[in-house]
Design a binder for this molecule. Structure first.
Ligand SMILES: Nc1ncnc2c1ncn2[C@@H]1O[C@H](COP(=O)(O)OP(=O)(O)OP(=O)(O)O)[C@@H](O)[C@H]1O
Length: 262
């Protein structure tokens, strides 16, 4: 067990947003978090990395309540890639990635070879080595997303939490980032909207609906035609894809109505 939530609740504006969720990320495996817009995915991820404090329940890292873990120690273990992370405009790409080294460096310690190697390796992994010195604000949306992932990799976490990491990415980069995350072998919790990508890359899936955990288990167990219809209101047909993982086909009418007089 690495990161686990037990009966976690969180409210905002007088409304219960995360409602008694329990889940556990198995070591070295990818737990996908899916659910409709507003179902509480981002809120739950923020509780898991203590960007917000739970109202009740507990989040544990290796069996220890994270509320009692010093921030720096937590940041040495756990990296978070937010959905719409912003960054100081004046920074270059490598400046942003270097921020990932902060938890590992003693106050006033000089920048060392290990730090630089971690930054270079992280940039290489997201395919942006040649953008090392580019001003961050001149990057495209997808490149910014990859730089934020590189920052998290430079942090060398053992637990990685990502909120919609494929946002803004073209299909090649969606696939390469998720394949990279799989190869890292770190414990990972990732919110995804694309159900086929979740089926393809996640070892387990947790489905949120209205702040509650609706289902959890293997992609085959969670991604059923009945569940998707009930939670997302969409008719689907699910068959094993070429990968052997479930492949979801959306059953929607795409015909145009016959034109008048035609
Ligand atoms: N600080 C807040 N104050 C008031 N309401 C909030 C706050 N944070 C989140 N909410 C509400 O909680 C609900 C869940 O939001 P959250 O961002 O966790 O959902 P999500 O599943 O990540 O959604 P999406 O798929 O659209 O990103 C939403 O209805 C949102 O408006």
């Amino acid at each position: 067990m690495t990161l686990a939530a037990h009966e976690v609740r969180w409210s905002a504006a007088g409304r219960l947003i995360v409602d008694g969720v329990s889940l556990e990320a198995a070591p070295g495996r990818i737990l996908g978090l899916i659910g409709p817009n507003g179902s509480g995915k981002s809120s739950l991820l923020r509780l898991l990395c203590r960007l917000r404090n739970v109202a009740s329940g507990v989040v544990k890292l290796d069996g220890r309540d994270i509320a009692g873990v010093p921030r720096r120690a937590l940041a040495q273990r756990l990296a978070f890639v937010e959905q719409q992370a912003t960054t100081e405009m004046q920074l270059s790409v490598c400046d942003v990635v270097r921020l990932g080294r902060t938890p590992h460096r003693a106050a006033l310690a000089s920048w060392n070879g290990a730090d630089e190697a971690a930054v270079s390796a992280a940039l290489e992994r997201v395919g942006l080595s040649e953008r090392h010195d580019q001003p961050w604000h001149t990057l495209s949306g997808g490149e910014r997303q990859r730089v934020h992932i590189a920052r998290a990799l430079a942090q060398e976490p053992s637990e990685l939490i990502l909120d919609e990491p494929t946002n803004h990415l073209d299909i090649q980069h969606q696939l390469s980032i998720l394949a990279l995350i799989r190869r890292l072998g770190v414990t990972c919790i990732v919110a995804l909207h694309d159900l086929n990508l979740a089926a393809l890359f996640c070892d387990e899936i947790a489905l949120l609906h209205g702040g509650r955990l609706q289902a959890a288990g293997t992609p085959e167990a969670v991604l059923t035609e009945e569940t998707i219809r009930a939670v997302f209101g969409v008719a689907v047909s699910i068959r094993p894809g070429a990968s052997g993982r479930p492949h979801i086909e959306y059953l929607v009418a795409t015909d145009r109505p016959a034109e008048e007089g035609a």
